[in-house]
Ligand binder design. Structure first.
Ligand code: 8YV
Length: 319
């Protein structure tokens, strides 16, 4: 029987590509450019399945123009805000994602950003690297300590729970807000706040781990940033549009927010150049899941989903 044809939109891990090429007829371009709407539409007539990343946008307009040949979109991401799920469902296209396997890598990056923002990593690196470090003072780069501080986690899915676990190892007091309260085993002593505003009021550090949906767009607006204790540290490794960036910039300028660690921006790629003026903001280019181990695991999970689908089974991560 002929192998199904799949499109891999970006440069996935070598192990993923090797396995894909063994089991499928693969269309893939080493140029590693994000697929445009035109690319996606044109490719849909040539393939039975796709493995896109969050850089390929399946808007309602794109979905309406997909060729009926395309049967499955096996995303190489846990977030699926780049997919209009309703429109895809209406077209009968199966959609899967990669939950679980990137929780550790992403929460590790969130820890790095939280520590880096709290302890002035950007300024410290600049001072040493540039040779500006000519004197020392007990007042040099005095930061905010994690141990004993209260951490607010917004969204206690896989990444949020992995982050809370790590933060517990730093002796933080964990608080969280989530659509549903976790069971006691999952909570591991974390304190649940039914209302986001109540969580904010006690969060010396705040980390966002919820999906981007119409309801969470602009979640951290000026009013919510103002509810945090003065000097709070805000971390975002989820999606850029969870934060009103103008409001965050304003809050950094007034000192209401003491520091921020950002892996996600409203405008990607590129970010927001206004943050560059703030050395108390540590930034990364949306690489939360970018470890060797996790890239392999994400690629294999996307392929597992395709394998199930083309065998006629329900893919384990079907949405
Ligand atoms: C990636 C992510 O950016 O999983 C997600 O939702 O944002 C990331 O892991 C990505 O799409 C990798 O392909």
């Amino acid at each position: 029987m002929a192998k199904p044809v799949i499109w891999i939109s970006r440069k996935l891990s070598d192990a993923t590509l090797a396995r894909a090429q063994r089991d499928y007829e693969v269309i893939w371009d080493a140029a590693d450019k994000p697929g445009s709407a035109e690319d996606i539409i044109a490719m849909s007539a040539r393939v039975d399945g796709m493995i896109p990343c969050h850089s390929e946008h399946f808007t309602a307009e794109v979905v309406a123009q997909l060729d009926p040949r395309l049967k499955i979109i096996a995303n190489h991401s846990v977030g699926v805000d780049h997919c209009d799920l309703k429109a895809l469902k209406a077209r009968g296209i199966t959609v899967t994602n990669t939950p679980g396997v990137l929780s550790d890598a992403t929460s590790e990056l969130a820890m790095m950003l939280m520590l880096g923002a709290a302890r002035h990593a950007v300024a410290g690196d600049r001072i040493v690297r540039s040779g500006e470090w000519q004197s020392w003072s007990p007042a040099l780069l005095v930061g905010k300590q994690l141990s004993g501080a209260r951490l607010g986690v917004v969204g206690m899915g896989g990444v949020g729970q992995a982050f809370a676990r790590k933060a517990r190892g730093f002796d933080m007091e964990i608080h969280y807000h989530n659509r549903r309260r976790l069971c006691v085993e999952e909570e591991q002593g974390a304190i649940y706040h039914d209302e986001l505003d109540d969580l904010l009021a006690v969060s010396d550090f705040l980390s966002l781990h919820c999906p981007a949906t119409p309801e969470t767009t602009g979640l951290m607006n000026a009013a919510r940033l103002a509810r945090l204790p003065r000097g709070a540290v805000v971390v975002n490794t989820a999606r850029g549009n969870l934060i009103d960036e103008d409001a965050l910039l304003e809050a950094l300028e007034t000192g209401q927010i003491g520091a921020a660690g950002l892996d996600c921006f409203v405008n990607e790629p590129g970010g927001n150049p206004r943050f560059a003026a703030h050395e108390n903001v540590m930034m990364m280019p949306h690489v939360g899941s970018a470890t060797v181990k996790t890239r392999d695991a994400m690629g294999f999970k996307a392929l597992d989903n395709l394998d199930h689908f083309f065998r006629g089974d329900v893919p384990p991560d079907q949405l």
